[in-house]
Ligand binder design. Structure first.
Ligand SMILES: [Zn+2]
Length: 417
């Protein structure tokens, strides 16, 4: 370990402490003053300031200069915790104006009018914690990147998980990255000497018991039209392969039912609609290979075994019939075992029905001993800067898996991508 690398790591740790302080300050001060303002208007004196401090909107990271260079991502109204969802992303400046959410204000007014005391809402507290911890974890990961890059430990392959590449974004859907950010990531991979290999190449290498060094696998879940419009041309231009996992029940439909609640906030619906089969067929199979993402996008692990079998077999059959492509892998919708997205039973069904691989959304990279039916992935999201992207690829971010694991035992998370 060089002195520079050590210093980087130390700086990260100090930064985490500073972030926690900033988080507390940012979270508490404006909310208190808001509570004070309401009290001033109201004849009811009993509203404690502690009733409100949960307007945890602007995450603390905005104050940190190192994290300033955010990708041109949409502002995110809802903090997203890497640990909790597939989407494990590191967080970044969420540029949301710092004011109490309307529902919180309404609630405070209701409480004041009713003359009742209120308490800290657990959900708000949870969101605040997630935001702070996420930001701190991202900062640490970025600080650790130089160390991880120099590591001579056994090779591990990052499998990147993308959902949407689009010019427009809904603030409630944190998985959209811009075409510019996507291209910058691809260019960085190439300039840093990474080789993007297909998932099939990875599977074959895994079978031989040795996965390649400095290799990366790219995957896309769900099949938004934005992937065809924006990501595909970039992949094609640079000759980079990727696997697209399709939920066959949604292909050609006007919208994804499970994403609908998060949309309608400024995004272009045409970028967000599911691909049609014609669009799927139009993509060069040497660039975009196809995998199954089930038929109806359920929590597969919660289904009875015959239903699991129907989801995985019918989706594969449909893709093969529509495109002539061979399907050998499946990405579990949601991808988090703790939330019932995959299980021993789903693993058994995949093996029995002839799948070569299954991919989850739990954080991590994969070596030759990885469970081929539970390959880990790193989600790339709106909040990622090029620095956090590098941290994910080099392995510096992998420790966040521990936080994700812990968070999944404490929090339930209804979002399901
Ligand atoms: Zn999905």
């Amino acid at each position: 370990m060089t002195a520079t690398a050590l210093r980087e790591a130390l700086v990260s740790i100090v930064t985490v402490a500073a972030l926690a302080l900033v988080a507390a300050t940012v979270a508490l001060l404006p909310a208190r003053s808001h509570a004070a303002a309401l009290e001033a208007q109201s004849p009811v004196p009993e509203l404690a300031p502690a009733a409100v401090p949960l307007a945890l909107q602007g995450p603390p990271t905005a104050a940190h200069p190192v994290l300033r260079a955010a990708p041109p991502a949409a502002p995110r109204a809802r903090p997203h915790f890497p640990g909790v969802r597939a989407g494990v992303s590191a967080s970044e400046p969420v540029r949301v104006p710092h004011r109490p959410p309307a529902r919180l204000v309404a609630r405070v007014r209701r409480v004041v009018a009713g003359g009742r005391r209120t308490f800290v809402r657990a959900a708000d507290l949870r969101e605040g914690l997630k935001t702070g911890v996420t930001a701190a974890a991202a900062r640490v990961a970025v600080g650790l990147t130089p160390l991880a890059s120099r590591s001579v430990a056994g090779s591990r392959v990052p499998i990147l998980l993308y959902h949407q590449v689009a010019e427009t974004a809904s603030p409630a859907y944190p998985l959209t990255i811009t075409p510019r950010a996507f291209e910058a990531q691809m260019r960085w991979l190439m300039s840093a000497g990474y080789r993007v290999i297909s998932l099939d190449e990875f599977i074959a290498a895994h079978r031989r018991g040795r996965v390649p060094r400095r290799a990366v696998v790219m995957t896309f879940d769900d099949g938004h039209r934005g992937v065809f419009l924006h990501a595909y041309p970039i992949l094609k231009r640079y000759g980079l392969p990727a696997t697209l996992f399709l939920p066959t029940g949604a292909v050609g439909e006007p919208e994804f039912p499970w994403i609908r609640p998060m949309l309608g906030q400024g995004e272009d619906p045409d970028e967000y609609r599911p691909l049609t089969w014609d669009e799927v067929r139009a993509m060069d199979r040497a660039i975009v290979q196809l995998g199954s993402h089930s038929v109806t996008h359920p929590h597969l692990g919660k289904l009875a075994e015959p239903e699991i079998e129907r989801e995985v077999v019918e989706s594969r059959r449909r893709i093969e019939r529509e495109t002539g492509a061979r399907v050998t892998s499946l990405s579990y919708p949601g991808g988090i075992g703790r939330y019932g997205d995959h299980s021993e039973v789903t693993r058994r069904v995949l093996a029995r029905t002839g799948y070569a691989a299954g991919l989850v959304s739990e954080i991590g990279r994969n070596d030759a001993s990885a469970d081929i039916y539970r390959l880990r992935r790193l989600s790339v999201e709106a909040s990622d800067t090029l620095d956090t992207f590098r941290a994910k690829v080099t392995g510096a971010y992998s420790f966040v898996r521990g936080l994700q694991w812990a968070a999944q035992r404490v929090f339930s998370d209804p979002s399901h991508y």
